[in-house]
Ligand binder design. Sequence first.
Ligand code: ZN
Ligand code: ZN
Ligand code: ZN
Ligand code: ZN
Length: 488
Amino acid sequence: MAYLTQPDYIKYICSCGQLKPITSLYFCRHCLKIRCGFCICHEVDSHYCANCLENMPSSEARLKKNRCSSCFDCPSCFHTLSTRATMAQPRQVVQDPAAGGDAKVESKQPKKMYYLSCFNCRWTSRDVGIPDQPVASGGWPERTNPFAARVNQLLDYYKAIALQEKQEKIERERKKFNIRGKYITLTDKTGLTGAMARNIAGLPSSDSSSSAIASFVPSQASAEVEELPEDFYTKEVNLNQITSMPQRLASPEWQPSSVSRLHPLAKLLSVKRSQRCRVCDHNLTKPEYNPGSIKFKIELLAYYHVPEVKVISQEPVRAGHKSALLLKLSNPTGHEMTVQLLQPEDLPPPEETEPKSIEKSLERSLNLDKDTSSYKAIERPPRYSVTSRVTSPGVTLTVAQRDDAAEYDDDAQHDTNDIIMWRKSNKLALRLEVDTPAEVQGGVPASAAICLQYSYRNTVPPAAHSALHRDHTLYTTVLIDLGTVSSN
Ligand SMILES: [Zn+2]
Ligand SMILES: [Zn+2]
Ligand SMILES: [Zn+2]
Ligand SMILES: [Zn+2]
């Protein structure tokens, strides 16, 4: 694993053309392609609060505006606020002796009271005059958004517009497929009517949506702006009393300008998401539902399936010279792998991916919650330029499978081979050379690309009708950052 502060010296070329380190790539076992965050679908599985680990369905999260009702962040430094308890002495009741009777001091039991405090910047809810609460969780005064009514109006209006457009699109597609005569619309096939589809999507019926459009009053721009106060330019500014922009924008409804108006921020919910290959729709990652768990049910990371390349050491790259390069190659899979180093131009052209079926695309457009823009698996040629070439590829290497027990072995096997410097369980060190042409200018970033052709054994049980076989030859190109070209 790489250090967080260390630059990524090795970048892999994703099937979409992006350059990424192996730790941010996925591997689809069904398409047998590397995928990155840009060429996969991200789906929200569950919402949860990262502080109290309460999880909730998305409908409830939407209702709570994606915020936890019992946890708060500091409005001053955004650290999580802690609940603190103090013993409060209730007010003593002193009876006036003049009113008759003896002077008597009535003392009550002290009572536990709670307030919110930030352990990072020492902000407390008492600073802004929020009264202490008798219960530890919840019950904190809520402020209502002064523009709540208008915001809701706008929301209804946009929902109605979205629904209208969606209906028009479904209508259009239905007509298109009916003319072709081949296709039974999904509505006919499943008995799903337009009204039911709207219901499923949680959208209002068409009558109420058209009334929302009709009754909507658009905002009016006005040239009149409130005057600034007279002393605006002369009054001395006390920076301790005014809020910073991040503090203001953390509560967009109020945007307090003075620190005395800061209010605890209800903590934003986090989501667990699963990721799906956009081409074949299979899951690439799927987390466990329990918010306390950091494990995954499905975790197809490139780190577990694609040979990993690391730079051990290198000589400075000089124009017109050859320099040594030591690379480490590891096989992360449970099967022996043969790896061949090729020049990038020897890479076979990517085969065409078949377009998605019409049925699937209509299914998508009916599913109103999902992204409806149809995605084409475009294999873009990667855009990169290299200054140098790795000279000694063309060899075939055999890399043993991963063996967790071998981690404890100290001895590496030193080969006498020209290329392999040593091998140790599933890793081997390669002695390579980098050739930099004389016309490369000094001072520019030096890099080289190398293509790996590797054998991959698929452990997914093949589906009934698919032509998946177990052993494959796959290709991946890596870009090696070699520092800068030295000037002589
Ligand atoms: Zn796939
Ligand atoms: Zn990608
Ligand atoms: Zn919480
Ligand atoms: Zn704070």
